[in-house]
Write a protein that binds this ligand. Structure first.
Ligand SMILES: Nc1nc2c(c(=O)[nH]1)N[C@H]1C(S)=C(S)[C@@H](COP(=O)(O)OP(=O)(O)OC[C@H]3O[C@@H](n4cnc5c(=O)[nH]c(N)nc54)[C@H](O)[C@@H]3O)O[C@H]1N2
Ligand SMILES: Nc1nc2c(c(=O)[nH]1)N[C@H]1C(S)=C(S)[C@@H](COP(=O)(O)OP(=O)(O)OC[C@H]3O[C@@H](n4cnc5c(=O)[nH]c(N)nc54)[C@H](O)[C@@H]3O)O[C@H]1N2
Ligand code: SF4
Ligand SMILES: [Mo]
Length: 863
């Protein structure tokens, strides 16, 4: 079969893929050597995309309630209910909540329908939770939402600063590029309260107090001014400096005050200042540690101020670089899919409204910004939203105070959910569920962090009755009475219109301008090669503001309050290397599950002891909003007083690990972005009466007990379990078949194997006080004919080697294998490990781990 070039489904790095179908629903995935974003490389998630394209769990038909219906019926109902709400309560009584995982074409149609035809700006997106502080910061500084950087800058930078970014896990291919540059001599500074794998590879790690980034950046800026490092000519020509700017930023910005505010050694701070001083080619990459804060926009501007004042912008190797999270976070910003913008990088100024309305031939046009995500769900809860359409996002998990979001959804009179998955945590609240085309089926464009527009192309035919999101919205718009304005028959039609709008009465006012593509033909669109809009943005030092100058924004560090006695800890939340958000896709991959099988709460060992936690035990994390159970991991990389939990686990996967329930629904005043990274919290040990695990060759619902987490394994599923009640209750959930069992009353242990035609179909193992056998061997026996005694013993007869937790997914190399080989073969470098074991030589995602294991082995050998 032919090779098809497309773009990865996951992060904003936007890696190109060469896909080759190998069957009806199977595909061989390789990095595209010609794509400028990745030049052939892929991380662990991209590499294993092929494991996630099956139809398991897919929503394949429109549903009204629990009833399967035809498309006409579903679309008619959606159109009717939206029209009804608008007629009875006005356009602001309806809303769309969309996603950076939509394609640009999907996004464009949804935005046009809401802002031009319904006449409200109540369309917001999960990018509000993700990039909106960066957007607001760019607008304040540059006058337009421009990312003045490209990945090429990384190749020539001499200093790379990563602030609030765990790029080794979240943007692995960008991180590999950073490493390659460091190998050639560039310096890397990581600013993150946690010692992440990203931080472990740095020349300098500043483990600052969370929320103290403004103090740090203002301190550095003040230092630069004192040392004569400002770019006077650039400031003169290209930057407007408001009155009192320097007074504001220099207050409390002496070295000692900054060291105290950030809680880092003054010597480390001085080292950072020195590195900055002697490397003008500086790229500062920032991400959620900056954006997801109640002061996110000020934190963004503190970074932009530094680059503007030192002239480190618009030059090769010098840039502030907001790296985006989702595959099409940028495309959404380009079409104007945030409630705070109108369309095509235009705001709600009267002339913009008039132009966009005229261009669309629209009956009306939104007069003012709409509700931002947090306010939107508050309005839903207060009954002000009568009809809500959620597309490609899972707010019952990912919004702050997700418990309140669920209550709000339960109260909303009409909820539509377009998703690719049948059962998500949000879907039970839907009156209508619409089956969307998934990655590998949809066709259109996405824009990555560096403004590069690439095609996503279909690899498979549409399964069941799934349809692309643009088609679904288009059909509803037609049924609402606007058939002429929504007459698209293919994504290329939409892309052309989007390009025309970007150029419409632009005349250089906006850098976002796709005028070169307004006449693109269908074939040319199909063959479109990745391209970057805006060229070397801002290279001429002229900004899209009224006077052509950028703005320094006076920002000040707010004082950080000491924790309250009831909530003595600060909860930080974020991502794991091998899971994507709410796991609807990555959760299907046994390989990806192996990096972190369960949701952990990472706690500094000293705190853990103080709170009576046990490493590997369970703990309840609670905040004023809610509580959830997590598996405890002692982590010396945590700062004292701070804990970290992952965002990925949902009700589908686990009875606990529900991070979304914990953060407050509070947001930055400028951007509306929630402060996900700092929530006052408490933690308490939970000691279950028994623990165990269950493996099954067929899909099963989550067993009901205190702790149950689902883990994808080869040819089946594994559940980790713990409980208080009678473990026999779990046995009722086991599939039918011939049973073999043993009990050991002294240890409160019980093992039940279910066989079908002599082959292992499922097995449950529980114990009150004894040990449990290793899972791997038993998992390998699923579907196999095995001797009963070995099964019940949980191990094959005879000795065997234990490879340990998998480090390298691509070549299946375990921790113990690595440690043994390092010692035996005296391996000292990541390259040597690669040569000996192949580990780390494919996707490279595990290279930071291998580096750490090498270091630990070295320390162990020396000490
Ligand atoms: N594997 C994986 N990759 C992903 C995703 C995924 O789900 N899984 N999601 C994608 C998406 S949508 C996004 S938005 C990106 C996010 O990518 P990142 O922003 O890199 O990831 P996070 O884990 O959310 O948080 C980054 C870091 O911010 C730090 N931090 C917390 N508070 C502060 C602070 O006050 N100051 C500073 N300087 N740092 C702080 C945290 O400790 C954390 O290590 O990842 C993208 N890539
Ligand atoms: N506590 C805490 N919360 C956070 C964050 C954090 O760091 N901490 N990070 C925030 C950030 S940055 C983000 S981006 C969000 C992400 O949060 P969500 O957007 O809620 O996460 P996803 O799991 O990616 O949800 C995407 C949904 O869309 C579906 N889907 C996938 N492709 C398509 C498609 O083509 N069409 C349609 N219609 N559906 C599709 C998937 O099945 C899935 O159900 O979480 C935010 N929430
Ligand atoms: S870095 Fe990984 S997840 Fe992100 S686009 Fe590239 S392959 Fe996909
Ligand atoms: Mo994100």
């Amino acid at each position: 079969m032919a090779e098809i070039r497309t773009t990865c489904a996951y992060c904003g790095v936007g890696c190109g893929i060469v896909a080759k179908r190998t069957g009806e629903r199977s595909v061989d995935i390789k990095g595209d050597p010609d794509h400028p974003a990745n030049r052939g490389k892929l991380c662990s998630k991209g590499t294993h995309l092929g494991e996630t394209v099956g139809l398991e769990g897919r929503l394949l038909h429109p549903m009204i309630g629990r009833r399967r219906v035809g498309w006409d019926k579903a679309l008619d109902l959606v159109a009717r209910r939206f029209c009804q709400a608008i007629a009875e309560h006005g356009p602001d009584s309806v809303a769309f909540y969309v996603s950076g995982q939509l394609l640009t074409e999907d996004y464009y149609v949804a935005n046009k329908l809401m802002k031009g035809f319904i006449g409200s700006a109540n369309i917001d997106t999960n990018s509000r939770l993700c990039m909106s502080s960066a957007v607001a910061g760019h607008l304040r500084a540059f006058g337009e939402d421009i990312v003045p950087a490209s990945y090429d800058d990384l190749d020539v930078a001499d200093l790379i600063v990563l602030v609030g970014s765990n790029a080794a896990w979240c943007h692995p291919i960008v991180y590999q590029r950073v490493r390659a540059r460091c190998d050639a001599g560039a310096k890397l500074v990581v600013i993150d309260p946690r010692r992440t794998e990203t931080a472990e590879g740095a020349d300098l790690h500043l483990a600052i107090r969370p929320g103290s980034d403004v103090a740090l950046m203002n301190g550095l800026l003040t230092h630069c001014r004192a040392e004569g490092l400002l770019d006077g000519a650039y400031l003169e020509r290209s930057v407007a400096v408001p009155d009192r700017f320097w007074d504001t930023v220099s207050e409390g910005s002496d070295l000692w005050s900054v060291a105290r505010a950030c809680d880092v050694p003054a010597a480390d701070l001085r080292r950072f200042y020195e590195l900055f001083a002697c490397h003008p080619r500086t790229v500062t990459l920032f991400s959620q540690g900056i954006n997801q804060s109640l002061r996110g926009t000020d934190q963004v501007n503190a970074i932009l101020n530094l680059h503007l004042a030192t002239g480190r912008i618009g030059k090769p190797g010098a840039a502030p670089f907001s790296i985006t999270g989702q595959p099409n976070a940028m495309g959404g910003r380009e079409v104007g899919g945030l409630a705070s913008s109108l369309a095509a990088h235009m705001d709600f100024a009267p002339e913009n409204r008039a132009n966009v309305q005229r261009f669309w031939g629209a009956p009306t046009i939104a007069a003012k910004p709409g509700l931002k995500a947090v306010d939107l769900f508050r309005a839903v809860g207060e009954g002000r939203i009568k009809a809500l359409w959620i597309m490609a996002t899972n707010p019952a998990v990912s919004m702050p105070d997700a418990g309140a979001v669920r209550d709000a959804l339960a109260r909303c009179p009409f909820v539509v959910v377009s998703d690719v998955i049948s059962d998500t945590d949000t879907s039970p609240f839907a009156h209508v569920r619409l089956p969307a085309a998934a990655w590998g089926e949809k066709d259109g464009t996405v824009t990555n962090s560096e403004r590069r527009i690439s095609r996503q192309r279909a690899l498979f035919t549409l399964p069941g009755e799934a349809r692309p999101d643009w088609w679904i919205v288009n059909e509803v718009a037609r049924r609402m009475g606007w058939a002429d304005a929504f007459a698209y028959s293919r994504p290329a039609d939409i892309f052309r219109e989007h390009a025309r709008l970007s150029a419409y009465r632009n005349g250089g006012a906006r850098l976002f301008d796709l005028s070169g593509h307004v006449a693109i033909g269908n074939d040319a669109y199909d063959a479109l090669a990745p391209f970057r809009w805006g060229g070397e943005a801002l290279a001429d030092g002229v900004y899209p503001t009224s006077d052509g100058r950028a703005r320094l924004v006076p920002v000040q560090q707010v004082s950080l309050t000491a924790p309250l006695s009831k909530w003595p800890l600060t909860l930080n939340t974020g991502r794991y290397r091998d899971q994507w958000h709410t796991m609807s896709r990555t959760g299907l991959s046994p390989k990806l599950a192996r990096h972190r099988e369960e949701p952990l709460v990472e706690v500094h060992p000293q705190d853990a002891v103080a709170f009576g936690l046990r490493d590997g035990g369970l703990a309840r994390v609670s905040t004023p909003q809610g509580a959830s159970l997590f598996r405890v991991e002692f982590a010396s990389g945590q700062r004292l007083g701070e804990i970290f939990t992952p965002i990925h686990w949902t009700d589908r996967q686990s009875s606990g690990g529900r991070t979304g329930l914990l953060p407050r629904a509070l947001a930055d005043p400028h951007s509306g972005q929630p402060g996900f990274k700092s929530t006052p919290a408490a933690v308490a040990a939970v000691t279950p009466a028994w623990r165990g695990f269950l493996i099954s060759a067929e899909a099963m619902p989550l067993p009901e007990c205190l702790w149950a987490t689902r883990v994808a394994v080869p040819r089946g599923v594994l559940f980790e379990l713990a409980g208080d009640g009678d473990p026999h209750a779990i046995e009722a959930a086991l599939p039918k078949g011939e049973r073999m069992e043993v009990s050991d009353r002294a240890r409160g242990a019980r093992r039940v194997a279910v066989l079908r035609e002599g082959r292992l179909a499922a097995m449950l193992l529980v114990t009150e006080s004894g040990l449990l056998p290793r899972r791997e061997w038993l998992i390998d026996q699923l579907g196999q004919a095995v001797a009963g005694p070995a099964l019940l013993a949980g191990a094959p007869p005879g000795p065997r080697e234990d490879a340990g937790a998998t480090v390298c997914l691509c070549f299946d190399v375990g921790m113990n294998t690595l440690i043994a080989a390092i010692a035996r073969q005296r391996l000292t470098t990541v390259e040597a490990v690669g040569a000996a074991l192949s580990a780390g030589t494919n996707c490279g995602s595990c290279r930071p781990s291998i580096r750490r294991i090498l270091e630990e082995s070295r320390n162990a050998a020396n000490g």
